[in-house]
Design a protein around this ligand. Structure first.
Ligand code: OAD
Length: 244
């Protein structure tokens, strides 16, 4: 894909760049997205049966095991060229902020530094009752394991439906989206709020907004540039063109 010259010019003079990523960025690592017709996770499981506090209260074992399965998917996969291109992009701008909805930790693993994880991280565990992050516990065979501090149940440290996003993270993401020159919206269906509001915040504040996604989304028509391609192809091409 040829990257539009006008976009490259705007990137060449940009000081502040914010990038929002979604499951599409990890698709090429082999981690299923949520809503893609063939492989999407939510096709196989109903989110309200698995990714809510109500579901966890009802059937903690099922929810823990579903996340254990997803953790293994992530552990068996690795960052792809999209993640590595974002590491390079970060080094090209004085002010760069990556905001991700992904819980797989691949941006960290690839080497990105300025990251806001809006939906938590699947490799972190916390106490369901007290919310304390727990680094290790005794394996007593209980599923889910028990909190070593209070004896309550442990759960993944991710944001579930019905739960608010972490305040500091959403504030930092909103500020970075409202104060950037260029905003890239990559591999997200732009359906789940409040993350889906971020590209609109960027638009309102006058940023150039770019979408990278092989499929149309509810946001596509609003983007200044809609690059219909895979993140693992388009992002490295942008980096290459900027280096010319
Ligand atoms: P979705 O599954 O909703 O959307 C993934 C998007 O990635 C789709 O628009 C695809 O077209 C696009 N896509 C697929 N392959 C791609 C590729 N190789 N390159 C670029 N784009 C590609 O996932 P999210 O938008 O991340 O929330 O979903 C947002 C949130 O909804 C998730 O964080 C999760 C989910 O419910 C919670 O669990 C709270």
């Amino acid at each position: 894909m040829t990257i539009p010259e006008k976009l490259l010019q705007q990137l060449a003079t940009a000081q502040r760049v914010t990038v929002l990523t979604g499951a599409g960025v990890s698709a090429e690592s082999g981690v299923p997205t949520f809503r893609d017709a063939q492989t999407g996770l939510w096709e196989k499981y109903k989110p309200e049966e698995l990714a809510t506090p109500t579901a966890f209260r009802r059937n903690p074992r099922l929810v823990w095991e579903w996340y254990a399965w997803r953790r293994k998917l992530v552990a068996d996969a690795k960052p792809n060229p999209a993640h590595f291109a974002l590491v390079e992009l970060e080094s090209m701008f004085p002010n760069f902020q990556l905001v991700t909805q992904n819980v797989d930790g691949f941006h960290h693993q690839a080497g990105s530094r300025r990251i806001v994880e809006l939906h938590g991280n699947i490799n972190r565990t916390k106490c369901f009752d007290e919310g304390t992050v727990i680094a290790s516990w005794n394996d007593t065979g209980d599923i889910p394991p028990k909190c070593p501090k209070c004896g309550g149940l442990l759960r993944p440290d991710v944001v579930w439906f019905e739960e608010p996003l972490p305040e500091a993270e959403i504030e930092q993401a909103t500020t970075a989206s409202s104060e950037c020159d260029v905003f890239l919206c990559v591999g997200t269906s732009a359906l789940v709020y409040p993350a889906a509001a971020l590209p609109y915040a960027a638009l309102r504040s006058g940023a150039t907004v770019v979408e990278i996604n092989p499929q149309e989304t509810p946001f596509t028509a609003q983007a200044h540039f809609a690059l219909a391609g895979k993140a693992g192809v388009v992002l490295p091409e942008i980096v290459k063109a900027l280096k010319r």
